[in-house]
Design a protein around this ligand. Structure first.
Ligand SMILES: [Zn+2]
Length: 147
């Protein structure tokens, strides 16, 4: 039962990641809007004759714009990686007959929980089968950050 909640928590975490990327998109949008405003003010200042202030504003605007595009690019790349790394959840089924102790694995199905009795009898002896473990296959890999 504890494992079942664990699996549910993990699903909730992945939906949480989507929320974060939505916030990121909002930030990117605000930064882009602000940089466009900065560039516009820079143009106005240039028309008024203040070249130095115009240059500074244009510089800030350009950097902000470049940064927001970079963030957008990074988040898109991360989203693609998250989609590829969906962990495989495996269910282990064991025969309840101790003399047989036949063991098999299959993909996790909705409603699976540890110590659940299965309707499908053991293929070897015909005794009842039970779920003994549910686990997630974790691929250990080095995390690289472009920044
Ligand atoms: Zn058996």
């Amino acid at each position: 039962m504890r494992l079942k909640t664990l699996v549910q928590n993990q699903t909730q975490t992945s939906t949480g990641n989507n929320k974060i990327s939505t916030y990121l998109m909002l930030i990117v949008l605000i930064v882009t809007a602000l940089s466009i405003v900065a560039l516009f003010i820079a143009f106005e200042t240039y028309l008024l004759g203040d070249t130095l202030a115009a240059l500074i504003l244009a510089g800030i605007g350009s950097i902000a714009l470049a940064l927001s595009f970079f963030m957008l690019y990074q988040s898109k790349k991360q989203a693609a990686q998250v989609k590829l790394d969906i962990p495989k959840v495996t269910t282990t089924i064991e025969c309840t007959n101790k003399e047989c102790s036949s063991k098999s694995t299959r993909e996790f199905q909705r409603g699976d929980y540890v110590f659940k009795d299965l309707d499908v009898p053991c293929g070897k002896c015909g005794a009842k089968q039970m779920i003994t473990a549910i686990y997630k296959e974790v691929k250990v890999k080095e995390k690289t950050y472009a920044v």
